[in-house]
Design a protein. Sequence first.
Length: 111
Amino acid sequence: MNIQIFGKSKCFDTKKAERFFKERRIKFQSVDLVKYGMSNGELTSVIRAVGGLDNLIDSKAKNAAMLKYLASEQDKIEHVLDDPKLLLTPIVRNGKQATVGYKPEIWETCE
């Protein structure tokens, strides 16, 4: 099991996700999205797992509305890679599976 938690340092749900795995003594790697971002491969894998880029976008984020004006999906992905603050957090990735947001009912199956 190789769990990664992509989040923002000031995100309450990210802290709750980390606490969820710590309490169950499940090892995970925490990645600060704002500081380190995601690679193109990681983002593509998560997009596939959650059913599309739209399911990852935080509609309350600054500049989120601008994404709908970008022509292609690849342009949107590149914009998100440049500005990871547009992503909803936490993004919990376990291999080819991924969740967005605080989803303990799904994470229970990781144990």
